[in-house]
Design a protein around this ligand. Structure first.
Ligand code: ZN
Length: 287
């Protein structure tokens, strides 16, 4: 089964960690820098969550991908390098974690390039990108291709990798979905109100196990997104460990970093190719 994106596995698991730290909160307003409890809640991600998750990945022998905003990497100069040195991938997650859909094309381009410059200065190789909040614009995939990156992981048009044709060339899309994101399960902040749930990790584990089994049935990409400030917390980290053990025990699941999967997907001509264009609103009622 060589030459296929899945390499013969029933499902491929990409464990991804979005090391957002303070950035998504500051994107709601710089005034939140003055909220000590909120800022410490976010700093827990890189300070406590990331080391704990790196140890967990070492223990289980699983490679992972860490999407890091350039602003976060810049403020913590050893962070991205420490992840790469442990055998994992660091990928582009905007500069300031402002959603592309809230920026002008010029602002989005400047933000995108500013993050690339940070990783370049830190000698951290970048092959992939994920839009802040998964709120990509129609320009986003083109920017990714134009800057020589190989894949994006922000769109939701499939549950297997697919090819996206952009004006700047072809990209691999490693699609995401809200059901495989810890934010919807664990994010709670009174202000700004980025989430209002604290679910049981047992419920989350059960949900993700069921999804993985269904994805084994349909041979899909189980692209899991965790945030160290959320899933670095003890019971959640242990639930993640049990999920890894569950996947291992199935015997037909393969773990991959996103860059390695994107290389395999790039070489797989059987993958679907999707057009990058907004729906034509002509005839749609309303303004
Ligand atoms: Zn993020």
């Amino acid at each position: 089964m060589s030459g296929t994106w899945h390499g013969g596995a029933a499902a491929v698991v990409t464990l991804t960690f979005d090391v957002d730290a303070e950035a998504p909160v500051l994107a709601h307003g710089r005034r939140f820098a003055g909220h000590a409890s909120t800022m410490s809640h976010q700093a827990y991600g890189p300070d406590v969550g990331v080391p704990r998750i790196l140890d967990l990945l070492d223990d289980t022998g699983v490679p992972a991908t860490f999407f890091v905003p350039g602003w976060v990497a810049e403020r913590r100069p050893g962070l991205a390098r420490s992840i790469v040195d442990r055998g994992h991938e660091v990928a582009h997650h905007s500069y300031g974690h402002r959603p592309p859909t809230t920026m002008t094309p010029e602002e989005e381009r400047a933000d995108f390039e500013r993050a690339l410059a940070v990783f370049d200065a830190q000698n951290v190789p970048i092959l992939g990108h994920r839009a802040a909040n998964w709120q990509a614009s129609w320009l986003t995939p083109t920017l990714v291709a134009e800057h020589g990156l190989r894949y994006d992981s922000s769109l939701m048009g499939d549950d297997r990798p697919y090819h996206v044709e952009t004006p700047a060339g072809r990209l691999v899309e490693l699609p995401v979905h809200w059901s495989l994101d810890d934010w919807e399960q664990y994010a709670f902040l009174p202000e700004p109100r980025v989430g209002a749930v604290i679910e049981s990790p047992r419920k989350v584990l059960e949900m993700w196990q069921d999804e993985l089994d269904a994805m084994r049935h349909y041979r899909c990409l189980f692209n899991l997104t965790n945030h160290p400030f959320l899933s670095g917390r003890p019971s959640r980290a242990l639930a993640l460990r049990r999920l890894i053990e569950f996947a291992r025990a199935r015997g037909d699941v393969r773990f991959s970093r996103c860059d390695d999967l994107a290389r395999a997907a790039d070489a797989d001509p059987s993958l679907a190719s999707r057009r990058l264009a907004p729906p034509e609103p002509d005839g749609y009622p309303g303004g």
